[in-house]
Design a protein around this ligand. Structure first.
Ligand code: SAM
Length: 231
């Protein structure tokens, strides 16, 4: 029997219409959907009237579940991997499964779609010809500042994911290490309360002080301009 295919399927980061026709077809055709959050994916599938067996695949079971999913693929089953939102493997589970599948010469097919980092960058108004995605910053200030110090001379536009309860502290550390650079803080992209806060990091910190810090944030920060480069 021929092997199945592993599909890496991007799903919306908010607005349910942000899913491709191909993604919907693949989700409808596969044998199993491995989902980071079965409840959320279940709601998305229900919205599109897709009925498929779901199995959970998230940070705390991915090591244990990967061999079973590889066996399913080897027995000819087609599997779609989806994360809670956006593109699987990007600050989300999936790397381990993709790596294991490729080692076993199982076909891995991307079904591209939304990614919060690229969505935020596209409206940032900051240089986009070269950029660096840095994912989540370390949660504690000491490690965060050390991490940022290694990026201080980076000329590419920088993209960070951040949680609502750390966003102000992270911005303060970024200002301290990088200086008061231009930045854009996006909140709740594609959702009802979508917001883009533009300006210097100080301006953004000020505007955050007047708001509720709920929702999901992606931060885009200008790279170091060569003229102002630190040694
Ligand atoms: N795999 C996802 C992707 O492709 O964007 C990212 C998953 S990561 C666990 C979740 C983080 O992405 C959030 O903490 C936030 O920083 C960012 N994010 C996700 N949805 C967002 C949204 N609607 N608006 C702004 N940022 C978002």
């Amino acid at each position: 029997m021929s092997q199945g295919t592993l599909y890496i399927v991007a799903t919306p980061i908010g607005n349910r219409e942000d899913i491709t026709l191909r993604a919907l077809r693949i989700l409808d055709e596969v044998d199993i959907i491995a989902a980071e959050d079965t409840r959320k994916t279940g709601m998305l599938l229900k919205h599109y009237n897709i009925k498929k067996p779901l199995t959970s695949y998230f940070e705390h079971n991915e090591k244990r579940k990967t061999p079973a999913l590889i066996q399913d693929l080897q027995s000819g089953k087609n599997i779609a991997l989806v994360s809670e939102a956006g593109t699987p493997t990007i600050s989300d589970p999936g790397y381990r499964l993709v790596h294991a599948a490729l080692q076993e010469e199982i076909p891995v097919v991307p079904i591209p779609g939304v990614c919060a980092a690229i969505t935020a960058l596209s409206v940032s108004g900051l240089p986009v010809h070269r950029f660096a995605f840095e994912g989540f910053l370390p949660p504690k200030t000491g490690k965060r500042k050390n991490f940022l110090k290694k990026l201080v001379n980076e000329e590419r536009t920088l993209i960070f994911y951040e949680s609502p309860h750390r966003i102000t502290a992270a911005l303060e550390d970024i200002r301290e290490v990088f200086g008061d650079r231009p930045a854009v803080l996006t909140r709740e992209l594609t959702k009802m309360h979508e917001e883009h806060m533009q300006g210097s990091i100080s301006t953004i910190i000020e505007s955050l002080a007047e708001k509720s810090l709920k929702g999901e944030f992606t931060l885009v920060v200008a790279g170091n301009s060569p003229a102002k480069k630190h040694s």
